[in-house]
Design a protein around this ligand. Structure first.
Ligand code: ADP
Ligand code: ASP
Ligand code: MG
Length: 405
């Protein structure tokens, strides 16, 4: 029997009624003759609430205990969904990440999946049951419970689809697919019918949070077709698949934005080989994911280096950069939490010159100043003031002809 993995995000299992609607859909899929493995997120805003509770209780928040706390959210959803399925006569059985055999490294709160054993899921399927797995979690080689980072249930679903050789992985969420921009900010955004893994990687990496980046990497590496769709309307959504000739090559496929980063500038860095290396090694050793980097040309033997980091890592990064700046005789370390990134993504960009020029002109017409720029072969990103980023997204969406009716 063909196997499909169905993942339901937080809003999709947000209350009792939603959980019963999801159970109905799983039961319907079974009646249509498919085997199903279900992956669930925590209900609604549970993960945010648990994080807030942790902050209210503790300033230390040891990462191991944080993971123990956060994984409880997904446990609630999986058990409730199995109960709703039982009411419909579907024999379902819930599994934590650990029980499902999702083995990770031991980097608490941002663990990476090393291996998916999945024996108990295969046994359950062989017995004709529906396994319901808690997303976002695994177990480390030291037998501690871990989490995969925010949005990690997408990664759980794709990893299981790959390990169990599912035909596809369906990601059910609160929008009807992947859009040309976040539909909450651009009401005229259009749903994409199909998008290539390559474009989806850039969309996720530049802030289109509908699929978490690591899940797209996993899907591409293991050739798992993804279907992003709505658990409210159940209509067909967006397929994320291998690129092929039949795919329409829009110059710009999507406009994305990201408000989760902050900018750090180290001024007056002596212009000597090895200093940038030391700065970024120090940050890397503390697992800070540096994104954009700009170094000015040397002026009188010193240079300024600016870079962006996740806002959650801003304080740590400033401390580390400050200590190093003193050591190497650099100037000040300036922190700026008021930035955002806006990006254009499109495979057609490779063969169309002038996209950056149009992007910069559009931002200029809106009076929006560009603070940093970076590009890949199919993406252009500008750093702008955070309070202007929505205006920037809307203007670019219109300028590149993406507005629907
Ligand atoms: P879930 O809880 O189901 O995982 P998420 O909140 O993680 O849902 O992701 C869905 C949200 O992603 C949507 O509500 C939408 O606001 C946002 N989003 C951002 N960019 C896009 C995009 N390009 N297309 C679709 N949704 C997007
Ligand atoms: N519940 C987790 C989060 O909110 C994981 C997920 O929903 O994918 O980040
Ligand atoms: Mg998500």
């Amino acid at each position: 029997m063909a196997l499909v993995v169905q993942k339901f995000g937080g809003t999709s299992v947000g209350d009792a009624e939603r959980i019963r609607a999801v159970a109905d859909h799983v039961a319907r899929t079974r009646r249509q003759g498919q085997d199903v493995v279900v992956v669930v997120s925590a209900m609604g805003k549970t993960t945010d609430e648990l994080l807030r509770l942790a902050s209210d209780v503790s300033g230390t928040r040891p990462p191991r205990e944080l993971d123990m706390l956060l994984t409880s959210g997904e446990r609630v959803s999986m058990a409730l969904l199995c109960m709703a399925l039982a009411d419909l006569g579907v024999d379902a059985v819930s599994f934590t990440g650990s029980q499902a055999g999702i083995i990770t490294d031991s980097a608490h709160t941002r663990a990476k999946i090393l291996e998916v054993r999945g024996d108990r899921l295969r046994e359950a399927l062989a017995e004709g049951r529906v396994p319901v797995v808690a997303g976002f979690q695994g177990v480390s080689a030291d037998r501690d419970v871990t989490t995969l980072g925010r949005g990690g249930s997408d990664t759980t679903a794709v990893a299981l689809a790959a390990a169990l050789e599912a035909e596809s992985c369906e990601i059910y969420t609160d929008v009807t697919g992947v859009f040309t921009a976040d539909p909450r900010i651009v009401p005229k955004a259009r749903r994409l019918g199909r998008v290539s893994f390559e474009e989806m990687l850039e969309i996720s990496a530049s802030g289109g949070r509908v699929l978490v980046l690591r899940s797209v990497e996993f899907a591409r590496n293991h050739h798992v077709p993804l279907h992003v769709r709505s658990s409210f309307t159940w209509e067909p959504g967006t397929w994320v698949v291998e690129e092929d000739e039949s795919m329409e090559q829009a110059v710009v496929t999507a406009v994305t934005h990201d408000t989760s980063e902050a900018k750090i500038t180290v001024t007056g860095v002596p212009d000597r080989p090895g200093l940038a290396a030391r700065l970024f090694r120090t940050l890397a050793d503390r697992s800070v994911n540096v994104d954009m980097i700009v170094q000015n040309t040397s002026h009188e033997g010193t240079t300024d280096i600016s870079f962006t980091v996740p806002r959650v890592d801003l304080d740590t990064s400033v401390q580390l950069a400050g200590a190093l700046a003193t050591e190497i005789g650099a100037g000040e370390v300036l922190a700026d939490a008021g930035i955002a990134k806006v990006s254009l993504v499109g495979a057609g960009m490779r063969s169309h010159p002038g996209i950056s020029a149009t992007m910069f002109e559009t931002l200029a017409d809106e009076g929006i100043n560009i603070e940093m720029i970076s590009t890949s072969s199919i993406r252009i990103t500008c750093v702008v003031r955070a309070d202007l980023v929505e205006q920037a997204v809307q203007a670019l969406h219109t300028a590149f002809g993406l507005d629907g009716t």
